[in-house]
Write a protein that binds this ligand. Structure first.
Ligand code: ZN
Length: 109
């Protein structure tokens, strides 16, 4: 059983045009269509109580994500060890997890 942390960030495109969603530091780009919702998930192997070291991508505490927004694009920095993209129902948009190994293993199991 996965005892680390999971963080989820829900991105909805409420605009009229496709939104370009980039997940860094993997530079993976996905297009979120109007009225579409995409969920970005990142995992950390750190257990509760690990404090500021829980999210390796940031030197600040408790920041699993950072969002940079531009008019037609948004960049999500996932500060965990991996990221996964799915829709609201949990169906994976990408078949594979990214990053140097997901501490949660296969999230589908
Ligand atoms: Zn993961």
């Amino acid at each position: 059983m996965f005892t680390g942390r999971t963080a989820r960030l829900v991105v909805s495109n409420e605009g009229e045009k496709p939104l370009e969603l980039t997940v860094e530091p993997w530079a993976d780009t996905h297009r979120v269509l109007p009225k579409e919702t995409c969920v970005v998930v990142t995992h950390s192997p750190a257990e509760d109580g690990a404090g500021d070291d829980a999210w390796c991508g940031t030197s600040h505490g408790d920041e699993p994500f950072e969002v940079e927004h531009r008019p037609d694009a948004v960049t999500i920095w996932a500060n965990g060890h991996c990221f996964h993209l799915s829709d609201r129902e949990g169906t994976a948009i990408h078949a594979n997890a990214y990053g140097a190994g997901c501490p949660a293993g296969d999230p589908a199991t």
